[in-house]
Design a protein around this ligand. Structure first.
Ligand code: NAP
Length: 512
């Protein structure tokens, strides 16, 4: 059953033409309410837009906002200008907006008796120390039907204070929209409706967000299905820093949807792991109840998480890293599915790795899982590292060969290997995209090249492999395989691998 919350799409454009065009597109989207940010418009376009909106005969309710810069608006607006705008808004145009959003100082100026209203407070610098007092003052305004409090969260634990106001609001039967802005607060935008928040804000398009951490309306409605969530929804997610580029939410949410599970997978940007575990997760110390059932762990916490676990499975212990946590009766159990996720696609393509000579470029977390899995299959592994000192301990730990490699030296052949594995970020989207650990001329007799980088799907390393006539596997297969193994651990169900793969591909396509 759906919750009663609404998705409010914010429209912010400078020209009347773009503004109206976006309203028309928002009407076609999953928006329940459309926020018209009049402060984004050039001054001389406001009148025209007000008239045009009237002519649109739009059935989706509007929320009108005219916000000054210090409250997150697009321009400096003094009290006089703002009062004039609202007078114009109310008197000249005979249409009924569903809501207006106003700032506290306008409370005495506006006569809001006939219009539903949101009184909003924004702090873009952090969490004000008197947050509770602000809530008290705002929620006691007779003019306000809904109170919106949006504060900037740089650490995920910053978002707790604003979320905790919800309990108070619920007890007082008041409507509150608590938002922690920024990457670390994204979870408040996903879970609000499930916990009785009346509306959450979204952008129409990626890159057109009106505040930090905002999702697109499509993401909220299709990926996270936020209107289907409730307080019983099982919470999973990815814990790391950064997590904004992760495609795991698309993959896992597609799997939950396939099995019709009341579960959601959320990006949790966590800098301080100890504080997150203490204040969000551990039953003895956590400050809020979100019904966490498990999470993926990624850079930089895969090793650091171990000290917070109640148990760790054999594979994770041998690798020395955990990428999956399942929470059972409040106990944290650690697993590592990277090794399985790495080896499954390789075995599909190579079949028998016994005595195969495999070169692994890199000596970080992914290399660690790959080497463990390769050794288990009986492969002869050599680590190729740019920094031998750094890689020495890993080579000793797993008893494998170690060689130096440098992308500056393309003349030297990297001889006598059947398989090349890239476990470095060389080739990854961004500044390293044109880089490759080896070029075709260095791949003599190599049968298979396996790039763990999955974005872009065809890396320079893969292109070089094709030039050299070697088989090539991209990193997406590993990503899906390790995710599928996580899904099985969490839910006990077979992962819908095709749906997960398609969802990941769709996201990669959007990120292009
Ligand atoms: P990590 O722990 O940070 O290790 C990165 C490794 O790459 C280190 O050994 C580092 O060498 C080396 N390296 C970094 N920049 C380099 C450069 N410019 N030239 C040469 N070597 C360089 O990262 P990770 O978790 O192992 O991830 C490595 C790659 O695997 C990433 O691209 C990641 O996206 C990919 N990955 C994919 C999957 C998947 O499911 N497909 C899963 C995990 C990881 P130093 O030690 O000398 O710094």
């Amino acid at each position: 059953m759906n919750n009663n919350g609404k998705i409010c799409v914010s429209i912010c454009a400078e020209t009347a033409e773009e503004f109206i065009e976006n309203i028309k597109r928002a009407v076609e989207s999953a928006a329940d309410i459309i926020e018209l940010r009049f402060d984004c418009l050039k001054r001389d376009e406001i009148n025209f837009v007000l008239r045009e909106i009237y002519n649109l005969n739009c059935i989706t309710p509007f929320l009108a906002t005219f916000r000054p810069a210090e409250q997150g608006g697009k321009r400096r607006l003094n009290l006089c200008e703002r009062t004039k705008f609202w007078q114009l808004f109310f008197s000249n145009y005979n249409y009924q907006t569903s809501f207006i959003d106003f700032e506290f100082d306008l409370n005495m100026v506006l006569n809001l008796k006939t219009t539903k209203s949101i009184v909003s407070f924004h702090d873009f610098s952090g969490i004000p120390r008197n947050l509770e007092a602000i809530y008290e003052i705002y929620s006691n305004l007779i003019n306000a039907d809904i109170v919106k409090i949006a504060v900037q969260a740089d650490e995920i634990t910053d978002s707790l204070a604003v979320w905790k106001l919800l309990e108070k609001a619920k007890a007082e039967k008041k409507q509150l929209v608590p938002i922690a802005m920024g990457e670390a607060g994204k979870w408040t935008r996903i879970l609000g409706l499930a916990h009785g928040v009346p509306l959450t804000y979204a952008s129409l398009d990626a890159g057109k967000e009106t505040a930090g951490g905002q999702f697109t309306v499509r993401e909220l409605s299709e990926t996270y299905r936020i209107k289907e969530l409730n307080e019983q929804t099982e919470i999973y997610g990815i814990v790391g820093n950064p997590v904004s580029q992760s495609i795991s939410p698309e993959m896992h949410n597609a799997a939950f949807k396939f099995h019709n599970l009341n579960a959601v997978y959320i990006p949790f940007e966590v800098k301080n792991l100890a504080e997150f575990i203490k204040r969000f997760i551990k039953p003895q110390t956590r400050e809020i109840e979100l019904n966490f059932k498990g999470f993926s762990v990624t850079i930089p916490h895969k090793r650091a998480i171990i000290e917070f676990l109640d148990s760790t499975d054999e594979t994770a212990q041998a690798i020395g890293a955990v990428n999956t946590v399942k929470i059972i009766d409040g106990k944290l159990c650690g697993y590592n599915t990277d090794a399985q996720g790495f080896i499954e696609p390789l075995l599909n393509h190579y079949v028998n790795l016994e005595n195969a000579k495999v070169a692994v470029f890199g000596n970080g977390g992914a290399a660690r899982a790959a080497i463990y899995a390769l050794k288990k299959e009986g492969a002869k592994v050599t680590i190729l590292a740019r920094n031998l000192e750094k890689a020495k301990s890993l080579a000793n730990e797993f008893d494998v060969e170690l060689l130096k490699f440098s992308i500056a030296n393309r003349k030297s052949k990297i001889e006598n290997f059947d398989v090349f594995v890239n476990a470095t970020p060389l080739g990854m989207k961004g500044t390293l995209e044109t880089e490759t650990p080896a070029i075709a001329a260095q791949m003599e007799n190599v049968r298979l090249v396996y790039d763990l980088v999955y974005n872009p799907s065809e890396t320079q390393f893969i292109k070089e492999a094709q030039l050299a006539g070697a088989q090539a596997i991209g990193g997406l297969e590993m990503l899906v395989a390790q995710g599928a193994a996580q899904f099985k651990i969490w839910t006990g169900k077979e992962a819908p691998v095709n749906e997960m793969n398609d969802a990941a591909l769709r996201k990669l396509h959007v990120q292009k």
